[in-house]
Write a protein that binds this ligand. Structure first.
Ligand code: TK8
Length: 338
């Protein structure tokens, strides 16, 4: 070691001089990342996108700039997925349920009453089962980074309080564009209408549909209480969101950039789940304040619903999903607290 170097180290100057060298040695280019999402900027989804943007900026010295586009301004979930595949858009977050046109297996999460609580969902989604499904997106031109929480879904409608399954009879109920949802709600006696989320508020307002189902956070942030008088806490499906990148774009990133992106995504997952869970309790109270009539589905009624949708599980299994469903149920059993 030269005397000069010794001196530098001794005086602590070394850190000051060597640190910027190390940072610039990282291969990061200035990039704009167009990140689309369906909910509003003030929703739990919007807050998490903002957090993600800040994390990326922090970790890349301001070079990776994420620009969020809320309210489906870049298109609905399905349109954005295709823009990612084609390379016209870099990133998005949306429901796993709308991915079924690209990877059918994502429909397995939509079978009702699989998860009992958020902890089970986290363990399975972040564990080998969820990660294997994510990996299956690669050959379709997408990279799945992490799952965020959309949440347990509940029913709302403009017609009547739903305290038993029969109350759903004849209700035109908007569902996501996904065969498992259509099948499930038709079995419950509703009239399931698949529709993009971006068209939902207007459809409720004009009476094209009578009801919909979503987590309470979304029911609040999308102002569905303005056009829906009744809500039933049914928690019929735990719905994940998934953060996606265009594979074409992702493959062009340097290893350093990919590392930053992946680490920021993992950080955003922790933020988003915590934030959404806190918001769930608050949302429920606010929806009451807004005047929604809210009831909780009884355990007995949930049991009847479970019984009623058994054929939906059989149908899913018969149509090629048997092994996947078995795997998922086994994973849930592993993480379930006795
Ligand atoms: C937002 C949707 C939404 C979902 C739905 O783009 O469509 O009902 O719950 O969160 O992905």
């Amino acid at each position: 070691m030269t005397l000069f170097r010794k001196l530098l180290l001794a005086t602590g100057l070394a850190a000051a001089i060597l640190a910027p060298v190390a940072a610039s040695a990282q291969d990061i280019k200035p990039r704009i990342i167009r990140f689309g999402y369906g909910l509003s900027e003030s929703s739990n989804q919007g807050r998490a996108v903002k957090f993600f943007a800040e994390e990326l900026a922090k970790r890349s010295g301001g070079k990776l700039k994420l620009k969020g586009f809320g309210d489906a301004s870049l298109g609905n979930d399905i349109q954005m997925q295709n823009a990612l595949i084609g390379g016209a858009q870099e990133m998005m977050v949306g429901s796993t349920a709308t991915l079924v046109g690209i990877v059918k297996d994502f429909g397995v999460y939509d079978l009702p009453f699989l998860f009992n609580d958020e902890a089970e969902a986290d363990a399975v989604l972040d564990g080998p089962f969820g990660q294997k499904l994510i990996a299956s997106l690669n050959e379709k031109g997408l990279v799945g980074l992490v799952y965020w929480e959309n949440g347990f879904r509940n029913l709302t409608n403009s017609k009547r309080a739903v305290t038993k399954i029969e109350d759903l009879s004849g209700i035109k109920l908007r569902v996501m564009q996904n065969p498992v949802y259509i099948d499930m709600f038709n079995r419950f006696g509703a009239n399931a209408v698949p529709l993009a989320f971006s068209e939902l508020f207007t459809a409720l307002e004009t009476g094209t549909v009578d009801g919909q189902e979503n987590p309470v956070t979304t029911i609040l942030s999308s102002k569905f209480y303005e056009v829906q008088g009744y809500m039933t806490i049914s928690r019929h499906v735990y719905s994940p969101w998934i953060v996606l990148a265009s594979k074409r774009w992702y493959d062009g990133l340097s290893a350093d950039e990919r590392k930053i992106l992946n680490e920021a995504a993992v950080a955003s997952r922790a933020f988003e789940r915590k934030d959404s869970r806190e918001a769930t309790t608050q949302s429920l109270a606010l929806l009451k304040e807004k005047g929604m009539k809210i009831n909780e589905l009884s355990a007995a009624e949930v049991a009847r619903m479970r019984e009623m949708v058994k054929p939906a599980f059989d149908k899913y299994a018969a149509e090629g999903g048997a092994e996947l469903l078995k795997d998922l149920q086994a994973e849930i059993a592993k993480v379930r607290k006795p």
